[in-house]
Design a protein around this ligand. Sequence first.
Ligand SMILES: *Cc1c(COP(=O)(O)O)cnc(C)c1O
Length: 450
Amino acid sequence: MKQPYERPLIRKLNGGPLNKFGPRAGVQPVTAIDGVPLRELSQRFGSPLFVLSERQLRRSYQAAVRAFSTRYPQVQFAWSYKTNYLNAVCRVFHQEGSWAEVVSGFELEKALANGVPGQQILFNGPGKSRADLLRAAEVDAVIHLDHADELHLLLDLADGLPQRPRVAIRINLDAGIYPQWDRFGFNYESGQAWQALERIVAAGRLELVGLHCHIGTFVLQPAAYGAAATKLAGLAQRVRRELQVQVQYLDLGGGFPSTNTLKGAYLPGPDTVPPLDDYAEAISEALLGAGFRPDELPLLILEAGRALVDEAGYLLGSVLATKRLADGRRATILDFGVNLLFTSFWYDHLISPTREYSAQTENTVLYGPLCMNIDVVRESISLPLLSPGDQLLVHKVGAYNMSQWQQFITLRPNIVLIDERGEVHIVRHAETLEYLQQLEQVPAHLTVNS
Ligand SMILES: *Cc1c(COP(=O)(O)O)cnc(C)c1O
């Protein structure tokens, strides 16, 4: 008799407790952050709760500065606001000496309000309005031009301004990273970037101060930065030679990875992501070897985002329920979902239990509380047998989640910062219905029920 057709099924097998680097992380409980017990945090501030470690923010920043400044004489970091623009986070980095890198008028105002002088603000992005450009020129921020239309608009505006706006151009180039990010900036290989530079210098109404590129995000090949640095350096020298302008800085952008584990990666991030030193080495070697006179070496600017902040952020949440799916898999419903943990679309975050359990573990799918099929925090993870009310701690969530999160179905929770003395501060309050409805208006004819 002919057998009935069965649909093939591919199932991921988890290869036991070891990989070639040793025991698998994740089932070890984590009970405190910087000495503050997690139980206490959720009792005081609710669940879910974002927790930031000021100690880790400073440690990551200082390590990054050390990696670059021990290899290259002039280094300046500019904090990428969109990665996490909570004022408390920005101010930690500004206290450490960081400039600001912003990509919208809103972020520009935020940086100014955080006390960053205009001269220390780099204004990137493809969507600057006329008003944004005028504001940037007024406060003497550096405008990183993205395209020819923006250049023409700024040339127009510059006629009416008391001083020449300071500009750099963003350059996209082939650094061996594919698909190439060619939607931002002027292309290097086609000569588009050179044309823009000629135009800027010939017009005489703008002051060309730098060259910028940002080749991607979570870039795992340090050599790509070496290639980009070589191209920018060559271009700077050609500008000096042929246009008689000496640019003050080369900005290599951000895109350095954190030690998160990308989805589909075979091994955990901490074992496989190259250290920041490798990137610093590739960039410094390229710049020092590019043939600048020692007294004319440009300032090296870096706009590292996720590499500086991911590790300092945690999301502490709770189990709402557990259930069995039709195919027998265990499912766990959490009180946070992709609305708060946007990066669970790209990362397999390290997720720890927060107390000791028996040695028994089981694979479970982690769902958020949203009534939406996309709300999957993890397709499969090996965890102890959790019950409602048990807590889980998600690690390395400091980048993008607190700026790209969505107010969807639920209200966004408290965010706290643990300072270096172990004191806990609310740095953003949980949202309320009233706060959310502040901007709503109901037209008069809808205020009466029938
Ligand atoms: C987003 C962004 C950054 C920061 O990127 P990370 O990948 O978080 O390091 C830096 N520069 C520019 C222009 C950006 O758009």
